[in-house]
Design a protein around this ligand. Structure first.
Ligand code: FAD
Length: 312
C-alpha cells in the first residue's frame, strides 16, 4: 500500500487526479475501521492531515467556511473555551450534533469532511447541515464547485463527490434563529443513531429547516413538514408575536417528519420504532427551538439540548 502525504491542496488534488482510486484519510476513524476489518484494501492512501487549506474555519462574505479537516472537538468549541467566538457558539445545531459523536478520542480525530466523505445515512453532522441549508465545497485539479447539501447524498454511503475530487469545506450562513439536534441510540454514548433529527428556525427568511438521520437510505429533509410549519407560523403571526406554538401544529409537524422517513428494520431498531421516535424528536426539537426563540428574542444559540435517549 502506497501512503501519500501531500503538504498542500494543490499537491493533494494532483495526487487524486493521478490516482482517482486513492482513498483519502483525514481522522481515520472510519477508514481505519475498514482497513482493520479488511473491508477495504486500497492501493493508495492519501493522508490529508498535512494539508493546511483543509484546516480551520473563517468568515467569508458573511458566511462561515468550515474546512473539511475541522474536527468534532472544534465544532463543539471544546478547543475554543477561551474564545467567545468559537464555532460551537456560531453553529449551535452542528455543535449539538458533534457533542453526541463517539467519545472524546473520536471527537478529537474525526472530521466534518470525513463524515461527509463516508456519507452514511447515520452520520451525525448531516441532519444539522440539511436543516441549516449548508453547501459542500469540493475541488479537483479541474477546479472547485459547490454542492447544495440536499443534492450531496446520492445513495446509501454515496455522494456527489467525483473520484478525482476532494471535499475541501462546508459553507454555512450563520443561523438567524435557534437550532436543535436530537438523536436516539441504544445507549447514551459511543452509539450510531437509531434515528436523529436536526431543526433550524430561520426567522430571517421565515422558514424552518429540517434534517432526518438514520431513517432513510440517505439523510433527507422533511420538506412537507417544513412547508407546513412555516405556513402555520406565518398565518398565525407567530414569528412576530412569539406566542406559544399551538399543540396541534407541533403534533402535525411530528407526524409529517415521521412520514418523510423511509426507515428499515435492522439490528439497531425497527422501521416502526424509527418512525415513532422521529415524530417524538421532531415535536421536542420544535418545542425546544420555539421556546429558545421566545426566550432569547434573537438567536437561541444559548439554549442547548441533550440527546434524547428515551422514548415517549
Ligand atoms: C468508535 C467510533 C464511534 C463513532 N461514533 C460516531 C457517531 O457517534 N456519529 C457519527 O456520525 N460517526 C461516528 N463514527 C464514525 C466517524 O467517526 C465519523 O464518520 C467521522 O466524521 C469520520 O471522520 P474522519 O476524519 O475520521 O474520516 P476518515 O475515516 O479519515 O474518512 C472517512 C471517509 O471520508 C473520506 N474522506 C475523508 N476526508 C475527505 C475529504 N476531505 N474529501 C473526500 N473524502 C474524504 C475517506 O476516504 C473515507 O471514505 C464513529 C467511529 C468510531 C470508530
Amino acid at each position: 500500500m502506497e501512503f501519500l502525504q501531500p503538504g498542500s491542496l494543490v499537491e493533494a488534488l494532483a495526487a487524486k487526479a493521478a490516482s482517482p482510486d486513492a482513498v483519502p484519510i483525514a481522522g481515520g476513524t472510519d477508514v481505519m475501521v475498514e482497513l482493520n476489518f479488511a473491508r477495504r484494501r486500497p492501493l493508495v492512501l492519501l493522508d490529508l492531515t498535512r494539508v493546511p487549506e483543509l484546516a480551520g474555519w473563517s468568515w467569508q462574505d458573511g458566511r462561515l467556511r468550515v474546512g473539511a479537516g475541522v474536527t468534532y472537538a472544534e465544532l463543539t468549541g471544546e478547543r475554543d473555551s477561551v474564545s467567545d467566538n468559537g464555532l460551537g457558539r456560531l453553529l449551535p445545531g452542528l455543535a449539538m450534533a458533534a457533542r453526541t459523536v463517539g467519545s472524546p478520542q473520536i471527537r478529537n480525530r474525526g472530521t466534518i469532511g470525513g463524515n461527509l466523505g463516508s456519507a452514511s445515512p447515520a452520520g451525525d453532522c448531516h441532519p444539522s447541515l440539511l436543516a441549516a441549508g449548508a453547501e459542500v465545497e469540493v475541488a479537483s485539479a479541474r477546479g472547485t464547485r459547490v454542492i447544495p447539501i440536499d443534492e450531496f447524498f446520492t445513495g446509501v454511503k454515496r455522494s456527489a463527490v467525483a473520484p478525482d475530487e476532494l471535499i475541501t469545506a462546508v459553507w454555512i450562513s450563520p443561523p438567524s434563529g435557534p437550532e436543535q439536534f436530537a438523536k436516539i441510540g441504544t445507549r447514551n454514548a459511543m452509539v450510531i443513531a437509531v434515528a436523529a433529527f436536526g431543526l433550524a428556525l430561520h426567522p430571517g427568511r421565515r422558514s424552518v429547516g429540517t434534517g432526518i438521520g438514520s431513517a432513510a437510505p440517505t439523510p433527507v429533509r422533511a420538506r412537507e413538514a417544513e412547508t407546513f410549519v412555516a405556513a402555520a407560523l406565518d398565518e398565525a403571526g407567530l414569528w412576530d408575536s412569539r406566542n406559544e406554538l399551538p399543540e396541534s401544529v407541533v403534533t402535525e409537524f411530528g407526524a409529517l417528519v415521521s412520514a418523510a422517513s423511509r426507515p428499515i428494520d435492522d439490528v439497531r431498531g425497527t422501521a416502526a420504532y424509527r418512525r415513532h421516535s422521529l415524530a417524538v424528536l421532531a415535536r421536542r426539537t420544535l418545542a425546544w427551538a420555539w421556546s429558545d426563540y421566545r426566550r432569547t428574542g434573537q438567536n437561541g444559540s444559548a439554549g442547548g439540548s441533550v440527546p434524547v435517549a428515551d422514548e415517549e
